[in-house]
Design a protein around this ligand. Structure first.
Ligand SMILES: C[S@@+](CC[C@H](N)C(=O)[O-])C[C@H]1O[C@@H](n2cnc3c(N)ncnc32)[C@H](O)[C@@H]1O
Length: 219
């Protein structure tokens, strides 16, 4: 018999307090309910999504600094909603260009009573796009325009777009092992630091690329 979302969440995040476990479970229950009709998460395998996508996002969240964080290409709110649940005093801005995700996120914000999130429907590749937070996160950001680029070209393209917003001082990408093979020029351009996300659930690990931007406007 398969376990319920609540049971898997309790098992996966065994050190967390009851209120966090309940917020994560409520979010995932809503996410999979919408997924049935709108395909808003990468897999229908609940245990896989919790132990890979959500657990990695949870570990990722611990590395973040900053008082305001934009999650670009947030989709169903991964990792932004997990960061918001774990950091109720941090302002989280969830950004996506697709209405399906925006509609889901609007309902999730209201049902989960997540007062620290705002939801923005925008195309981040438009020239007029501007980020107003000090920190940016992204996970699996992709679309037709950039999906054919090499990993390095994609990271350079995205980091240059983010860097145009002068308020942003840090950008973090939760990603795979290709981040270990970036050229020295790319690492230098964004002062990239890489760290491994530990997981007890899989043999493979995700990584975090942390970029630091100069020439900031101090707010
Ligand atoms: C593969 S999904 C990843 C979703 C989520 N971050 C995750 O890891 O489950 C990529 C997301 O990026 C969004 N996206 C793609 N291009 C975008 C753009 N130019 N501006 C804003 N969002 C975009 C898509 O709508 C989609 O939700």
């Amino acid at each position: 018999m398969s376990s319920s979302i609540e049971e898997i969440v309790k098992d996966t995040f065994d050190k967390e307090e009851e209120s966090v476990l309940s917020d994560i479970s409520n979010y995932l229950t809503l996410l999979f309910k919408w997924h049935d009709t709108n395909n808003i998460v990468s897999s229908s395998d609940v245990e896989y999504v919790i132990k890979r996508e959500i657990y990695d996002s949870y570990e990722f969240s611990k590395l973040l600094t900053g008082s305001s964080i934009s999650d670009i290409g947030t989709g169903g709110g991964i990792p932004g909603i997990i960061i918001a649940i774990l950091n109720p005093n941090t302002e989280i801005v969830l950004i996506d260009r697709k209405s399906t995700f925006i509609d889901f996120l609007t309902i999730a914000k209201s049902e989960l009573k997540l007062e620290n999130i705002s939801i923005v429907k925008k195309d981040i590749l438009k020239a007029s796009f501007y980020l107003s937070t000090d920190t940016v996160v992204m996970k699996n950001f992709s679309n037709k325009k950039i999906s054919k680029m090499s990993f390095e070209k994609k990271i350079i393209h995205l980091m240059r777009i983010i860097k145009k917003s002068k308020r942003v001082t840090k950008a973090y990408m939760l990603t795979g092992s290709p981040v270990l093979e970036l050229s020295k020029e790319c690492v230098k351009e964004f002062d990239l630091k890489t760290s491994k996300i530990s997981t007890p659930f899989f043999d493979t690990n995700r990584f975090v690329a942390e970029a630091t931007f100069e020439n900031i406007i101090n707010s």
